[in-house]
Write a protein that binds this ligand. Structure first.
Ligand SMILES: Cc1cc2nc3c(=O)[nH]c(=O)nc-3n(C[C@H](O)[C@H](O)[C@H](O)COP(=O)(O)OP(=O)(O)OC[C@H]3O[C@@H](n4cnc5c(N)ncnc54)[C@H](O)[C@@H]3O)c2cc1C
Length: 418
């Protein structure tokens, strides 16, 4: 134990990951969270209208997300994640009703692309080499000219993958950020591409187990603590101001700011941050199908990107929701239900009880310009480190990126902190 106290601000995945690493290393940690709950953009809650717990948004992670795996291991939560256990990606084309499943093999060598039955219908072997162009990408390259947009491989695989993973329109999306994901997933072989889905909910996998471990290590978490400002002496923070309640810092104490980018701009305008964001819509429908097969499906040719079916709910993700801003919520609920109904074989005109949520600042826009505005965890200040999916993780806004950023911030404290 170093005798110092580390103050982590923000209990999203980045803050929880930083606190976890530090607590497990014997550091004294306090987390301050503005909301009455932890998890930030990755959480579950009881929805009173639907009468069940739902996730704020469907989250897909892959077995190759090593920081996620490490986090789940350290929080004893590996067995809270489910899925088919196979690197298989089912799809439906809503405009034609056609269904197919991309079936990768588990090994590193992708022999699945040689099999017509395993690849996207209507594609040929050479189409799969189009992705290699992404690997050559420089930091200013977008994906605008990287794919033939008329090709089936683009329409049925790359476009849904890019929009789902980057939450950014393909023409402006950063090729380097796609590369960051590609290297950890498809580039690493099928074993790294097994989708992992929380069996119960996001909080049950990513939040509650971590809070349990933190408590076991005497870390404290203070809810309803919204940081307003910090009091400085030279390049060292001396006190934290939570709406007038001051927390004074000792000489060796550290602060990890694990806050969203938009609040960081207010708090410390001199820190470069992404400035442009994209929203995500999540539509949850109660479906009464006792023998419903659980899992997820990619959707092309409609409004939906992904349909997740689990625990009596069909939940739909619509990325880059700005594209649909002119559609009233009521109409959206009806239009999206038609897609879900087609997928599940239900009546398209009988919209069941549902809830639609819009996360306005779901992720930063994954463009080269915004990517170049991301600082590292190390600030150069004497006792401040940064975490958050928006810091320079090499990935777009993801759980993997957020956890990675928290680990990096913890390393800064442990390496530089005296
Ligand atoms: C709908 C949706 C779908 C998504 N889908 C996926 C997906 O499929 N796969 C994937 O990997 N990622 C996905 N993401 C992205 C992922 O959820 C985020 O990248 C990640 O959760 C961000 O974590 P964070 O800790 O960096 O930020 P946040 O989760 O925003 O955490 C910041 C925390 O700081 C708190 N806070 C804010 N201001 C203050 C203050 N002044 N004082 C104290 N506390 C404060 C907030 O309340 C919050 O708890 C999705 C996001 C959304 C919204």
């Amino acid at each position: 134990m170093s005798g110092r106290h580390v103050h982590v601000i923000g209990a999203g995945m980045a803050g929880l990951s930083a606190a976890l690493q530090l607590s497990l290393s014997g550091e004294k940690v306090t987390i301050y969270e503005a909301a009455p709950f932890a998890g930030g953009r990755c959480r579950s809650f009881l929805d009173r209208e639907l009468g069940c717990r739902i996730d704020n948004g469907n989250h897909l992670v892959l077995s190759g997300n090593v920081a996620v795996q490490d986090y789940l291991y350290l929080t004893n939560a590996l067995d809270t994640m489910g899925g088919s256990g196979k690197p298989h990606f089912p799809f439906i084309d809503i405009s034609t009703g056609e269904r197919w499943t991309v079936k990768m093999n588990k090994g590193k060598f992708p022999w699945w692309i040689f099999s017509k039955k395993r690849r996207v219908p209507g594609t040929k072997l050479s189409d799969y080499f189009s992705g290699l162009r992404v690997l050559m990408a420089g930091s200013l390259d977008t994906l605008a000219n990287k794919f033939d947009k008329q090709g089936k491989i683009y329409q049925r695989f790359w476009e849904p993958f890019i929009i789902g993973a980057l939450n950014t329109e393909t023409d402006i999306a950063s090729a380097q950020l796609l590369k960051g994901i590609f290297v950890q997933s498809f580039g690493a072989g099928g074993e790294a591409c097994i989708p992992l889905i929380p069996k119960v909910g996001l909080s049950e996998s990513f939040v509650i187990p971590c809070l349990n471990v933190l408590r076991q290590h005497d870390a404290e978490i203070k809810y309803y603590h919204r940081l307003r400002s910090m009091l400085w002496e030279g390049d060292q923070v001396r006190a934290l101001d939570f709406n007038g309640t001051l927390v004074e810092l000792g000489d060796n104490d550290w602060v990890i700011l694990a806050l969203p980018a938009w609040f960081m701009r207010e708090l410390l305008p001199e820190v470069p941050t992404p400035t442009d964001f994209r929203s995500i819509i999540n539509a949850h429908y109660l479906v009464d199908m006792p023998d419903m097969e659980e899992g997820f499906t990619g959707v092309v040719g409609g409004y939906s990107e992904w349909i997740f079916v689990r625990n009596g709910l069909a939940s739909v993700t619509i990325s880059c929701a700005e594209r649909h801003k002119d559609i009233p919520v009521r109409d959206m609920a009806r239009l999206v239900w038609r897609e879900v109904a087609l997928f599940l074989g239900l009546d398209p005109d009988k919209v069941p009880q549902h809830r639609i949520f819009l996360e306005k600042y779901a992720t930063f826009v994954a463009t080269p310009e915004q990517n170049n505005r991301r600082p590292t965890s190390y600030t150069g200040w004497k006792n401040v480190a940064l975490a958050g999916e928006w810091t320079a993780t090499g990935l777009p806004s993801t759980i993997e990126g957020a956890i990675r950023s928290g680990m990096k911030a913890a390393q800064v404290v442990m390496r530089w902190g005296k």
